[in-house]
Structures are given as C-alpha cells and as structure tokens.
Design a binder for this molecule. Structure first.
Ligand code: HPA
Ligand code: ZN
Length: 322
C-alpha cells in the first residue's frame, strides 16, 4: 500500500502521458484515423522503434495551445490525485514547430495547464525541454537554443531523448553546452536501449546531474561505482524497462542493486499508458516487486526532490511536505 505516500516524478514525457481515451477524443475531433496506433483502448507498438513512431503519431492529434493545456492539466490532475507534490514534464518545442503550432504556443499551452493544475491542487511542476536524437543534432541544438532563450521560469532543464542507437552522445554535446551555459539542469537518456558505454559517454561528454534510465550501468561494476561517487541521480522507470524488454522481469531489474551500491535513484513512469503503467503503479511496484519499505520509498522521493530542477525555496517547500 503506497497510496498514503507523497510522490514525486522527474521523468515523464508529456505526450507519453496522454490517456488513450483523451487521444481518441482528439483524433475524432480532428478526423484523424488513429486506429493503426490506438486499438481497444491501448497504444499499439511492438519494439522501441515502433514505440517512438507510435508516440510521434499520437502526439500529432494534440494540435492547439488549448489541446496542450488540456493534456497537461489532465495528467497533473491524475498525479495530484495520488498524492504527487512535484512533477517534471519532458516537452519538445520542436514538436510544436513540426505540427505547425509553433514552439511558443506549444509551451504556452503546457504552461497554462500547469497554472490551472496548480490552482486546483497545489501541485508544483517544471518543464524539461528535450531534443530527440532521431531528428538529428541540428534539431537538438535548436531545442537547446529555444530553452536557453525562452527565459521561461517553468523551463528549468534540458534532456536528450529519442532513438538512443542513433549517433553518439558527443554528436549532441554542443546542445548540452548551450543548455549548461543558460543555467538549465541537465539530464540525458542513456543506458536504456544501449549498454553501459552510453552512460559512460553521457558522463564524459555531458556531465549531467541526472541520467534518464541509466539502468544498464549495472553491466559495469566500475561504472556503478563512478555513478555512486559522482552522486549522479538515475531517473529509473521500472515499468517502462519491462515493457520495452530492457530486462525480462522485475526480479532481474537492477533498481535495488543500484541503490545498494550507493547510486542515487528515483522512480518515474516515462510514458505511462504506452507502457501499461502509471506513477501510482510505479510506487506500488517499489513496494510489491522491489520490496522497499515505506521509509525506503520516501527516501527515493526525497532524492527526487533533492535532484529536482527547482530553486532552493521551492526545494525547501517540497521537502517540508514530505
Ligand atoms: N525514451 C526515449 N525517447 C522517448 C521516450 C522514451 O521513453 N518517449 C518519448 N521519447
Ligand atoms: Zn524517457
């Protein structure tokens, strides 16, 4: 039973949190045939590449500033309903551009959703702008420049997501330099689809405070020690990892081993309905599949607040709520 615990989420892709019912409403509204990607109330994909394709297609049924406000408010309401006090949402202004809405209107819609959710429940949220590897280094640099110039107090971090097998981290290092110079918190997807080398690349070429997933660091004892020594925080998404077959089952998932080796770990849902999960379920898994006590789970949540991309006053206020 984890329903009484306060919760925090550091790693959730906004469009990846879209409930199938909402996506269906949107598809009907715009007369889009979404059936290749959404059937019987579930998103349709079979491996990482087809997941990314499905994700991009689903994202296209959210078209206006109002659609993004609704999507954001709906997800944050779900989170606050289960006791979540803080959420970081991974967003892609480039996606706003690609669908013809424009980056500013896309971000403004998302920010409106955050304001509405906060007014109703008090939930605190921030945005992590992401570049996507499969759109190439130039597009990722564009995303970093957008985040750096936006001067939007809700945009506090920069990430790199997408097809991890495309290029090496070094190809995207300049984007992270731009984001770092702008004072944004840095996190990067690594060690999910690719092995330990991708986490090493991330540490060498980006020096991020956090790593999205990072779980395949477990393949190298030296690397696990390096993560522990550096204090790098892993945004671990167990349900996502099992859905994408990064590990065959929860018994072989390294969350507990990483924690016991001194690595700072947190739990998140990634793209919840795509991976048949939710933040509620991730907290239940922490207890039921990984055997963490309430105190240990609170410790994961505390690590999440400590690693959140927020100012010190907000961090103090969040810690006081734990
Ligand atoms: N991993 C990598 N890239 C992504 C994801 C993900 O889970 N969701 C959207 N882009
Ligand atoms: Zn992710």
């Amino acid at each position: 039973m984890t329903s009484h615990l306060r919760k925090v989420e550091l790693h959730c892709h906004l469009e990846g949190a879209a409930a199938p019912a909402l996506t269906l409403d949107q598809a009907r509204k715009y007369n889009i045939d979404i059936t290749p990607y959404l059937r019987d109330g579930a998103y349709v994909w079979h491996d990482f590449a087809s997941f990314l394709e499905c994700y991009d297609k689903v994202s296209e049924v959210y078209k206006t500033e109002g659609d993004y406000a609704l999507l954001t408010e709906t997800y944050l309401a779900e989170l606050s309903g289960i006791g979540t006090i803080y959420s970081e949402l991974i967003v892609s202004p480039d996606h706003g551009k690609r669908i013809g809405l424009g980056a500013d209107a896309y971000i403004e819609g998302v920010c409106e959703g955050i304001r509405r959710a906060k007014a109703k429940s008090g939930i605190e949220a921030r945005l992590i702008v992401t570049g996507e590897r499969h759109f190439g280094p130039e597009s990722v640099i564009g995303a970093a420049e957008y985040a750096a110039k936006a001067k939007n107090p809700l945009i506090t971090g920069f990430n790199l997501a997408g097809e991890e097998r495309m290029g090496r981290v070094a190809d995207y290092a300049r984007a992270f330099d731009i984001a770092r110079d702008a004072g944004l918190g840095l996190t990067i997807h690594a060690g999910e689809v690719c092995g330990a080398f991708s986490v090493e690349d991330a540490l060498n070429d980006v020096r991020p405070a956090r790593i999205g997933h990072g779980v395949r660091a477990i393949e190298s004892t030296d690397l696990v020690k390096r993560l522990a020594d550096l204090g790098t925080v892993l945004e671990v998404c167990p349900g996502s990892n099992i859905a994408l077959k990064v590990f065959p089952d929860f018994a072989s998932h390294p969350l507990r081993k990483l924690k016991e080796a001194g690595v700072r770990v947190t739990i998140s849902s990634d793209d919840p309905p795509f991976f048949h999960t939710s933040l509620k379920r991730e907290y239940e898994l922490a207890s039921d599949a990984f055997g963490f006590s309430d105190a240990e789970i609170d410790n994961l949540t505390r690590t999440g607040i400590e690693a959140a991309f927020v100012d010190d006053d907000t961090r103090r206020a969040l810690l006081a709520k734990l």
